[in-house]
Design a protein. Structure first.
Lengths: 228, 401
């Protein structure tokens, strides 16, 4: 059984004119445990909405979304929050680090809503991503590449089964992007987490053994309403 | 731990507004506690301030004026009591001790009170406590121009044993109304924390015969302080002087007269308390405004926390907790303000009346006022907490343009 199974997933938003604007319509999608998959996702293909649906940040209008045997789409918001806190790590394009918290606190918060804060584990993760000497620094005191590494450590802090990465290299230069991508993949492998990464960067996509096109998966993103 | 970390960091991130809001709470809370404690302590201290006496006999007039004049050494005497009437009262079987006092002069604003030496030797100013003269001094001798100075008056006037001074006529200081007589300080009283501390005591005859005083009143006294054999005896004396006679007023019981004064000014207490509560409400409103106004800036952080798995209830609780923490911080400073305000008020009251309030005295307001301020602030925090509760995570996480 796959770690993530999606069937007939749909999500619409209300347009300014009051009508419904469908953003996600995915018939089938699956991701195996510990697998690493890159999804090509240019603008307008609903990649962020898709990742938010998987993370439980958004509730689908219809369809089934099963994560590790739990039908997430049927859960109330608080239960989705709990599942996200315990089973999912999220790496954002803009890192979304909490500026008022130290590097260590950012990582501790990544686990405190789920399994509970484990300082030793948080410090080990930060040492793993090369920030062992920066535990008490604030994000603004770090370079962009270092901030990305904090985001990676935080995403793995709750020992997730699935890591979602939304354009994780979008804000990095080529050298940093390559290093960061390697770190994300290695860290996920070491921690036994599956990785679902969305990017529109061909170099990133090419580095993955498995990749798919979100534009092809998401019928709502196609001008003809789904016909391939 | 997580909640405390969130609150601690948020307070630090919004340090300026945290400090300003906490100071507003401190001022309001300090004021509220001060008003309450001063009100209660002043009432208890003044109504409990009988000087050890049960009643006062004075010329026909207001009981309150007689008590203020003879016990608190404030106000003027409504008139005189002839010496024969003093002797008559002193010999009454219901009276265990009666001591006359005479007023009418001052030294640089501090009242001179003439009395007999048994005021110091026989009377207790509080249960089991008699006036004591500081080492190196003594009580004046009847018939001599000697003075015993209350501790506060001595300190303020800089008088010490051996000093000499000329009294001034009247209860208010007039530099042109100096008497010719010279009095010598023979003793300084140990502090009694009563109005007696701000009085200069001289022999009764000295005050009665001071130059310029009416020779026809030379044997009169201003009032007679009375200690009864049994408390109920006051009723029969009250009947005798107040109902059957019309020359004198028998003020009994003393505490009741002062309580009546507080009752008359009860409306002032209520206004003061109302103002203090309004200030407290405005201060807690500032907690609401301060956190609410920062909500837009926090939108992203709240969305990130939610994306990390924080439940809506956790976010709600963190904001309410933050409001309560600001109030708690403010109330810590509020205690300092309370101590400062009560110390100043106590110094003023002591200077004006001799009655001593204790800024460090226990009062229940020191517990319930901080609790009320924290609870009110937490309540005020519910408004921004609802806004935080409703944070749209997806919207908050969207990259800033």
């Amino acid at each position: 059984m796959a770690l993530l199974e999606i069937t007939d997933l749909r999500k619409s938003f209300t347009a300014p004119d009051g009508g419904k604007h469908e953003v996600v319509r995915i018939a089938r999608f699956a991701l195996e445990a510990k697998a690493q998959l890159a999804l090509s996702g240019p603008s307008g293909t609903g990649k962020t909405t898709f990742l938010h649906l998987i993370a439980g940040i958004l509730a689908p209008d219809a369809g089934r979304l099963v994560l590790d045997g739990v039908e997430m789409s049927a859960l109330p918001e608080s239960a989705r929050d709990r599942l996200r806190a315990t089973s999912i790590g999220y790496i954002f394009q803009t890192f979304n680090l909490l500026q008022g918290f130290t590097v260590l606190e950012n990582v501790l918060l990544g686990m405190s809503f789920g399994p509970g804060a484990d300082r030793a584990h948080a410090e080990a993760l930060l040492r793993r991503v090369g920030l062992g000497e920066r535990l008490n620094h604030f994000p603004r005191q770090l370079s962009t590449g270092q901030q990305q590494r904090v985001a990676v450590a935080r995403a793995l802090a709750n020992r997730p089964k699935l890591v979602l990465a939304d354009e994780p290299t979008g804000n990095l230069d080529t050298a940093n992007a390559r290093a960061s991508l390697a770190l994300i993949r290695e860290a996920c492998t070491e921690n036994g987490a599956a990785l679902l990464l969305v990017s529109h960067d061909p170099a990133v996509l090419a580095s993955f053994e498995s990749h798919a096109s979100l534009a092809e998966l998401n019928a709502a993103s196609r001008p003809n309403g789904g016909a391939l | 731990m997580t909640l405390w970390l969130l609150v601690r960091r948020s307070l630090r991130q919004h340090l300026l507004s945290t400090i300003v809001t906490a100071l507003a709470i401190a001022l309001a809370g300090g004021l509220l506690m001060s008003v309450w404690a001063v009100k209660r302590q002043a009432h208890d201290t003044f109504t409990g301030q009988t000087g050890g006496w049960d009643a006062v006999l004075g010329a026909r007039g207001s009981k309150l004026q007689i008590v203020l004049n003879s016990i608190f050494h404030l106000e003027a005497s409504p008139g005189n009591v002839p010496w024969a009437d003093y002797l008559d009262l002193a010999s009454n079987r219901a009276v265990s001790l009666a001591i006359p006092i005479a007023v009418g002069d001052n030294y640089r604003g501090y009242r001179l009170v003439g009395t007999l030496t048994n005021y110091f030797t026989q009377a207790d100013y509080a249960p089991g406590k008699k006036f004591a003269v500081a080492p190196g001094g003594d009580i004046f001798a009847d018939g001599y121009r000697e003075a015993v100075v209350g501790s506060f008056a001595a300190q303020r006037l800089g008088l010490k044993v051996g000093d000499e001074f000329h009294p001034y006529h009247g209860l208010n200081f007039d530099p042109n109304a100096q008497h010719q007589e010279t009095y010598k300080v023979v003793g300084i009283l140990e502090p009694s924390n009563t109005p007696a501390d701000r009085v200069i005591w001289i022999p009764l005859a000295g005050l009665q015969n001071m130059s310029g005083h009416d020779p026809n009143s030379a044997n009169d006294v201003s009032a007679v302080l009375v200690k009864l054999r049994t408390p109920v005896a006051g009723k029969s004396l009250e009947l005798l002087y107040n109902r059957q006679g019309n020359r004198f007023t028998f003020a009994w019981p003393i505490a009741e007269q002062v309580a009546y004064l507080f009752e008359r000014f009860g409306w002032f207490d209520q206004v003061l308390t109302l103002v203090a509560w309004l200030v407290a409400l405005v201060a807690t409103g500032s907690v609401l405004a301060s956190i609410y106004n920062s909500m837009s800036a926090r939108k992203r952080d709240l969305a990130i926390l939610r994306a990390l798995g924080a439940r809506r209830g956790t976010i709600f609780g963190a904001i309410v907790f933050e409001a309560a923490a600001i109030a708690a911080l403010g109330m810590l400073i509020g205690f300092v303000i309370y101590f400062g305000v009560v110390s100043v008020v106590a110094a003023v009251i002591r200077a004006q009346t001799g009655v001593v309030l204790n800024p460090l005295a226990w009062d229940a307001v020191l517990v319930w006022a901080p609790a009320a301020m924290i609870a009110l602030s937490a309540l005020a925090g519910i408004v921004p907490a609802i806004k935080a509760y409703r944070t749209n995570v997806a919207e908050g996480l969207a990259p800033e343009s």
